[in-house]
Write a protein that binds this ligand. Structure first.
Ligand code: AP5
Length: 212
């Protein structure tokens, strides 16, 4: 299966990616957010350039992100399928991905759009906590961390009200215009992202019936 998980910040892309990977363990998970955060924490040249954009809730320039993904897609673990999470986010990224996949003779199966209204996003994002040891995603109200990990969970630097407002605005101005590109190819499935994560997971699984 070759999938794109698409949706606004806090839609549940990371949460649903983890569930999809439990059911489809051969898929490689390519989260550009995770890749960029790793580059920032390792202090690589890419990380140094990306850091300020991310903290402000801006998109990292296409010229930095596209190469990262195209290189990653060539790794052997992507041969059996992949789950792109947070990429593409601009029309230029979608076109670059298309060219790279065409060149490799690979076709995408679906673009799964997780739809969540803006009014729910700030609460989801500001309540999010991450386990730095396992990468597990929690929410202080909707999915609290268990006692054994509660002391070590951390909050992302861009999970402030100011940054999420900027991220949402970029989503609407730069990222949703990508969808017509995939609609024209008949690849888009839209899934209601409101409700318990397990219910959203069932909706995604049923939208993917017959794929792969
Ligand atoms: P990235 O890490 O991709 O962030 P994002 O797209 O803003 O998405 P999030 O990770 O915030 O949310 P999510 O949809 O994964 O939700 P989650 O499952 O965690 O990107 C970060 C930054 O990197 C960008 O702003 C940009 O600067 C840069 N970047 C990344 N990719 C780029 C690209 N391609 N081009 C340029 N720049 C790029 O859930 C959120 C919370 O909600 C959690 O607490 C979770 O527990 C909770 N939750 C999940 N599902 C539910 C539910 N059904 N009900 C209630 N709560 C729920």
């Amino acid at each position: 299966m070759r999938l794109i998980l698409f949706g606004p910040p806090g839609a549940g892309k990371g949460t649903q990616a983890a569930r999809l990977l439990e059911r489809h363990p051969s898929l490689a998970h390519l989260s550009t957010g995770d890749m960029l955060r790793a580059a920032v924490s390792e202090g690589t040249p890419l990380g140094k350039q990306a850091d300020a954009f991310m903290k402000a809730g801006d998109l990292v320039p296409d010229s930095l992100v596209v190469g990262l993904v195209v290189e990653r897609l060539q790794k052997p673990d992507c041969a059996d399928g992949f789950l792109l999470d947070g990429f593409p986010r601009t029309r230029a990224q979608a076109e670059a991905l298309d060219t790279a996949l065409d060149g490799a003779g690979i076709e995408l199966d679906k673009v799964v759009v997780i739809e969540v209204p803006d009014s729910l996003i700030v609460e989801r994002i500001t309540g999010r906590r991450m386990d730095p040891e396992t990468g597990a995603i929690y929410h202080m109200k909707f999915s609290p961390p268990p006692a054994a990990v509660a002391d070590r969970v951390t909050q992302r630097k861009d999970d402030t009200v100011e940054a999420v407002t900027a991220r949402l605005s970029k989503y609407h101005s730069e990222t949703t215009p990508v969808l017509p590109f995939y609609d024209a190819k008949g690849l888009v499935v839209r899934v209601d992202g409101v409700g318990a994560p397990e219910d959203v997971a069932l909706r995604i699984e049923s939208a993917l019936e017959g794929v792969g």
